[in-house]
Design a protein around this ligand. Structure first.
Ligand code: C2E
Ligand code: MG
Ligand code: MG
Length: 746
């Protein structure tokens, strides 16, 4: 028990440790995944900033180069006579990568020229076109970039305009688009997009894009960026697109024109792989957690199932499906505690259950047990409990100590159980024994209570329910002594055959005898069979005694025949237990053969009660008896609730009328006489011999003779006597003695 507890505790701790380790590992795993994600996010942002910065640098250099060259060309052109300028500029066009170079005299002319040439588009940022400045002016379409360089306006008003097609700048902008995932553009501080043909203002466009989306507050978030723009700071920003995709934006001011380089990419553009891995990682972690939790739940459930199975094995009776002995004991303790007393422990078993099991197999036995349990349950009242202990022993805890009530309830239970007819129509009937112990101390040991009920059950005092008596312990002690003395006495010859002659009424001569056992006990003196036969029957030891008697009688018959004495029939008693030993009759027959005795000289006496309980079975048994050549007599007829129907159903040779018919007084005696009269008449008609037992007076003999009784066995003629006496008293020489002169038939 202790070891089991330790194991269970260990298992519980083990499970808890496993669970904690699992949760810890999952936590670390989860944390790591998040860190990877965060890291990759910051690296992306860093990368974006770097790219934007580099782009910005390149744009700066590129633009600066172009402007330097433009300024040089302008200076060169101013140094030339006006007539040659056109040719000069045309010449410079190919040289400086400009597709077109044009010189005008002032800002206004420059503007007019530009408008005429490219439309209003470039004037969007008019503030740029000023004296003393050389600038990138506009990118009116994706392939053309316009620069200008103006004189200082103090005597030098000339403005040169240079247009470049397929400028490196354009290439740079498109090259930096992150494999098509990102957008790079240049915008002015006020939001004009230089690198696109769109007329829309960048900020207005943003506001409109988010209108009506769940991210309507995004433009407000961009406020910070706007502040940065006015203050000339670079920065990065993360925000969702109007479709919900997360975007990263990086901005860097250019040193000319108050322009800005903007780069926007989806947050996962560089991280697709890492994010995939991270997501996979997170999913795996989740799966691992689910698996772990599943395993633990599975383990716990299987542990519970295991425990339940263990408790089923311990608490449920395999055969009846009811409570086991252990469960019964626990529940009995509870009931006794709660009821506070006035309870009775009942023990119930089947007489000769071993025989039942042997003949009908374990399956038959189990069927009987299930039936019994069902009946017990039906007879229980509120708060009462029952369970099966080992084999055929059932315990019931009744909540009453009223003997009358207990007796009648147990009688009803006994009757309903014994009505069982489920053994393949064999007609075999079994009997149950019930013992009750009125519990004195409800706090006492339940096992002890059960033991007392068991003791009561074994009393066999002929009642439906026997009650425990403390003095029975004394009797039990004696029983144990008798049991342990039996075998030594059999060996030492302490068991003796007594014979009581039977006298034929129509001749007055001895015609037979009944063999009756006596025990010359070494310490207790001569014992009557009434003392020890029930003890040996109960202990299942009677077979050996009956066999001993049978063999002794055979020896006597053999000797008497050898001595030339007149033959006679000797009856021997067969205990109820023997009739269930299948080989008994052939065994007895073998003994006859051994001593050369005719089985017709032997009569087997079976008491009426055996026939009553097992009529179907006994029919076959009597048939077998006759097949082996033995005579059969029905002993103690009339002692119980015998039925005259028995005489019709059974092929018996002799009826022995019980002594009780002749011992009664008054009305009882008169009724007894009437019954005896009719039984004698019936027996005569059926051709069954009759023996009246326990006849002590001559007038009884006379009465019996007149009513056609065949024989008398009683003290009136002879008491049971040792064989040696029998030989003297029953025989007159070699002839059977005549005891009286019978009255002449009337
Ligand atoms: P039972 O087979 O009915 O035997 C008849 C009993 O009645 C005998 O008692 C006998 O002594 C007694 N008896 C005969 N005539 C009279 C009489 O006129 N007055 C009185 N008061 N009694 C008389 P016993 O010998 O004490 O045997 C008692 C029972 O023990 C037997 O009853 C039989 O059932 C059983 N028994 C005896 N020997 C054996 C045996 O070898 N095997 C078995 N299984 N049972 C035996
Ligand atoms: Mg007898
Ligand atoms: Mg008898």
């Amino acid at each position: 028990m202790d070891k089991n507890k330790k194991l269970t505790r260990l298992r519980k701790w083990g499970l808890a440790a496993l669970f904690c380790a699992g949760v810890l590992l999952s936590g670390i795993f989860f944390q790591n995944s998040l860190q990877i994600y965060e890291q990759s996010r910051s690296r992306t942002t860093q990368y974006l900033t770097d790219v934007t910065y580099q782009l910005h640098e390149q744009i700066e250099v590129q633009v600066q180069n172009s402007l330097d060259i433009l300024r040089l060309i302008r200076n060169g052109a101013l140094d030339m006579p006006a007539a040659e300028r056109e040719a000069y500029l045309a010449d410079q066009t190919g040289y400086a990568d400009f597709n077109r170079l044009h010189m005008v005299d002032g800002l206004e002319q420059a503007e007019q020229w530009l408008q005429a040439r490219y439309g209003a588009r470039y004037t969007l940022d008019r503030t740029l076109l000023q004296h003393g400045r050389s600038q990138l002016l506009a990118i009116p379409d994706e392939s053309t970039v316009i620069y200008f360089a103006a004189g200082d306006g103090e005597g030098d008003d000339a403005v040169i305009i240079g247009a470049k097609q397929n400028d490196l700048l354009v290439e740079m902008l498109s090259a930096a688009s992150f494999d098509g995932n990102g957008i790079t553009m240049v915008i002015t501080q006020s939001g004009v997009v230089i690198t696109s043909r769109t007329e829309q203002n960048f900020f207005t466009e943003l506001e409109e894009a988010y209108e009506g989306t769940p991210y309507a507050d995004v433009p407000a978030q961009l406020e910070q960026m706007r502040r940065d723009l006015t203050e000339g700071r670079s920065g990065t920003l993360a925000f969702p697109s109007s479709e919900g995709e997360e975007l990263l934006l990086s901005y860097e001011p250019l040193s000319f024109s108050d322009w800005w380089v903007f780069t926007v990419i989806p947050a996962d553009a560089l991280n697709t792989w890492i994010e995939g891995m991270t997501t996979q990682n997170l999913l795996l972690t989740a799966a691992a957690i689910v698996l772990l939790v599943g395993c633990i739940v599975g383990l716990v459930l299987s542990q519970r199932r295991h425990n339940r199975r263990l408790s089923d094995i311990a608490f449920v009776d395999r055969v009846t499906g009811g409570w086991s002995a252990l469960r019964f004991r626990l529940e009995a303790e509870r009931v006794l505690r709660e009821s506070g007393g006035a309870c009775t422990m009942v023990s119930l078993d089947v007489a000769d259950f071993t025989f039942l099991n042997n003949v009908y197999g374990v399956e038959g036995g189990d069927r009987v047990l299930r039936y019994i349990f069902g009946q017990i349950i039906e007879h229980l009242r509120y708060g009462e409990i029952a369970g099966r202990s080992s084999a055929d022993i059932f315990y019931i805890l009744l909540r009453t100590q009223d003997r009358g009530m207990i007796t009648s309830r147990m009688a009803a239970l006994k009757q309903s159980i014994e009505a069982f007819d489920g053994l393949d129509g064999s007609g075999y009937r079994f009997a149950v024994r019930i013992g009750a112990y009125l519990i004195e101390d409800p706090k006492g040991d339940v096992d002890r209570m059960a033991q007392n009920a068991n003791l009561a059950r074994k009393y066999r005092d002929g009642q439906d329910c026997s009650f425990y008596r403390a003095e029975r312990l004394q009797e039990q002690k004696l029983e144990r002594e008798l049991i342990s003395d039996m075998q030594p006495s059999l060996r030492s010859g302490a068991f003796q055959v007594y014979l009581q002659p039977k006298v034929q009424l129509d001749s007055g001569a001895v015609c037979g005898a009944e063999a009756l056992i006596r025990w010359d006990h070494p310490s207790k003196g001569m014992l009557s069979p009434a003392v020890f036969i029930p003890v040996f029957e109960k202990a299942g030891m009677i077979g050996a005694l009956d066999r001993f008697m049978f063999e002794e009688v055979c020896k006597l018959l053999q000797r008497w025949t050898q001595e030339g004495r007149a033959p006679l029939v000797v009856s021997v008693n067969l205990s109820r237990q023997n009739i269930f030993a299948p080989a008994l009759l052939s065994d007895y027959r073998a003994i006859c053969d051994k001593y050369g005795v005719s089985p017709a000289q032997l009569e087997l006496e079976l008491t009426e009660s055996i026939f009553m309980e097992n009529t179907g079975w006994m029919q076959q048994f009597v048939q077998e008896m006759h097949r082996q050549g033995f005579r059969c007599s029905l002993d103690d007829f009339g002692s119980g609730f015998s039925s005259l129907g028995l005489l019709k159903d059974l092929d018996i040779d002799v009826i022995k009328l019980d002594r009780s018919f002749f011992t009664g007084e008054g009305e009882d005696l008169r009724k007894g006489a009437l019954i005896v009269e009719s039984v004698l008449g019936l027996a005569q008609e059926l051709g069954i011999q009759t023996v009246a037992e326990g006849i002590e007076r001559y007038e009884q003999v006379d009465w019996l003779q007149r009513r056609g009784c065949g024989q008398v066995q009683g003290f009136v003629f002879f008491r049971p006597m040792p064989a040696a006496d029998f030989e003297q008293k029953a025989y007159d020489g070699r002839q059977l003695r005549r005891c009286f002169r019978p009255r002449e038939a009337e």
